[in-house]
Ligand binder design. Structure first.
Ligand code: SF4
Length: 252
């Protein structure tokens, strides 16, 4: 099947992008727009909300739509306000793991608990990329970052498990190493009535890869492929994987 032409959704004057060479956020952006292209969603009646961080640049400045670039950790709070005031609009939050799961984790679990009618797409590169590569709540145990040069001593959050526990009814995780699958689960999330969450596992060669012996995009993609295990809700919730592996799939 030919790839959709996503240029109609972009502010082309924003190209080339602010992303580093080899960053996975360009793939996440393409998957989101390809999913929108196949969803029948009215781009002109959709508001994209992001916080602060590299992933927040995916919709803003790139999307030729209404975008709101908000404060760090707060895009879900802003998005909730938009949805309450204008329920006729589709509201999509696109931001990073540092923004949504660390600083804004409280908003995430309560939006899931309330079943707020939002789609949240979290681009997870497992580190605070834009601010210098500091450890995040999603950095796996033992991995090196700028602030944990001898390895992260803490456990990471399993965000899909967290939002399922908070009550979310649509939860999926896919990676930029499987863009077709990622596009499919984003498409499902966009069409879901109620709170939907997609964790898009992506790559950050600049801040995360170079600290963990995978400094190139190709090595990081290969590492993602070797870490993914297809699973369902039961697997995610009850069958722990060895360190370094994670489940992908549509869990709920
Ligand atoms: Fe991408 Fe990492 Fe560069 Fe940010 S720092 S643009 S996440 S490669």
């Amino acid at each position: 099947m030919p790839l959709p032409d996503i240029r109609k959704y972009l502010r082309l004057e924003t190209m080339p992008t602010p992303f580093c060479r080899g960053c996975g956020h360009g793939i996440v952006m393409h998957c989101i727009l390809a999913a929108i292209d196949g969803s029948g969603i009215n781009f002109d009646k959709t508001v994209f909300v992001s916080g602060i961080g590299c992933a927040a640049w995916i919709p803003s400045p790139h999307f030729a739509a209404d975008t709101l670039h908000t404060t760090h950790g707060r895009p879900i709070a802003f998005a909730t306000g938009i949805k309450l005031f204008r329920p006729d609009l589709d509201v999509v939050v696109i931001s990073g793991d540092g923004d949504l799961a660390s600083i804004g984790g409280n908003h995430l679990i309560h939006a899931a608990r309330r079943n707020t009618n939002l789609t949240v797409i979290m681009a997870d590169n497992r580190v605070y990329g834009m601010t210098g590569g500091q450890v995040a709540a999603t950095t796996p145990h033992g991995r090196n970052t700028a602030t944990t040069p001898q390895g992260n001593p803490e456990r990471d959050f399993n965000i899909c498990r967290l939002v399922i526990s908070a009550g979310a009814d649509y939860v999926a995780r896919e990676t930029v190493a499987a863009p077709k699958k990622l596009t499919e689960v984003i498409n499902g999330a966009l069409q879901y009535e109620g709170f939907s969450f997609v964790e898009a596992m992506t790559i950050c060669p600049t801040q995360y890869g170079r600290m963990n012996n995978t400094p190139t995009a190709a090595e990081m993609i290969e590492a993602l492929k070797n870490s993914m295990v297809r699973g369902n809700r039961q697997d995610l919730l009850t069958r722990p994987l060895p360190e370094g592996k994670f489940y992908v799939g549509r869990f709920v």
